[in-house]
Write a protein that binds this ligand. Sequence first.
Ligand SMILES: Cc1cc2nc3c(=O)[nH]c(=O)nc-3n(C[C@H](O)[C@H](O)[C@H](O)COP(=O)(O)OP(=O)(O)OC[C@H]3O[C@@H](n4cnc5c(N)ncnc54)[C@H](O)[C@@H]3O)c2cc1C
Length: 314
Amino acid sequence: MEKKLLDNILEKMKNLHVKTRLDAGFDKLTTLGTGGKICAAVFPDTISQLTKVIRYCDKKGVSTVILGRGSNVLASDAYFDGVVIVTTGINKFRIKRCRAAAQCGASTSALARALAENGLSGGEFLACLPATVGGAVVGNAGCFDEEIKDILKQVTVLKNGKICRIKGKNCKFAKRDSIFKHNDWIVLEAKFKFKRSERDKVRRTIAQMRVQKAQTQPLDARSAGCVLFHDSVSVSRLIDEMGYKGYRVGGAEVSTKHAGFILNIDKAASLDIYLIIRDLQRALWERYGIIAKREVSLVNFAEDNNDVFSKCKE
Ligand SMILES: Cc1cc2nc3c(=O)[nH]c(=O)nc-3n(C[C@H](O)[C@H](O)[C@H](O)COP(=O)(O)OP(=O)(O)OC[C@H]3O[C@@H](n4cnc5c(N)ncnc54)[C@H](O)[C@@H]3O)c2cc1C
């Protein structure tokens, strides 16, 4: 990026009181702990700051990437010559009767805890996601047979610089998919609806879910959760069946505890993880004739999803 443009961005962030870092890398901003350096990372605390940052970058033609907790992102090892906007500071939520409204950077587990305190059921699974509300909405995150689409009523988005509201039923939710994965709209806030229950019962359900997750998933290792999925079959089971547990490329490895997880076990490069994903996709195609879709979002990769699939079929 030209020095003058970067200086202008820094000046603008200062005027907006938005924290900025010039030494950040994707390795520090994603749970996988991999990825290249970033020209500038900014940390807005309010929705107003976020919308102003996006509008400014758009006006200046600066590339942006939006990140929540970075728990579903594989960023390439290349330098990112743009601005990464981290939403975790925009984290307020409010609960009234059976409804909750949460800002995009709110932690799903903090929201789940507050729902439990209020004796509201339906959001227990949120406690098991290392996510922000925005990231969870984008990927229609879920577990234990519950997904965001089951509780979401309305999303406020920044769409082409304008703030709009979209009803949950119009978000084109599908397994780990939504309308937001196919456009550049920014999720600003989400409204949810829950059912009345008893505080202790909700707390117990959360505790049970957490135990089950810890027993079956490598939660203490660096990962992005399950990397692949298929609409009708369990990809993790098939990866296990093919003997890929423990399969290693560079510093990355298919978890021996849960075959759906790829771990950064020893200073992995993003390329190591990417190559494992591609190997697994190819093996699933060759052995079972299924196309496993990528759950993790690629950031700053020259190659896109379709290229991976076309390689699969070669
Ligand atoms: C240990 C572990 C366990 C996991 N278990 C599960 C699970 O059980 N179920 C499940 O579904 N997932 C799971 N995941 C994956 C991940 O936690 C979820 O996909 C989560 O919803 C991602 O949220 P995030 O805030 O980290 O999003 P990020 O990873 O930061 O972003 C994900 C994508 O959304 C975009 N994005 C983020 N915020 C916004 C916004 N406000 N507006 C527009 N775009 C945005 C990003 O650009 C990126 O493309 C797991 C991950 C880990 C590490």
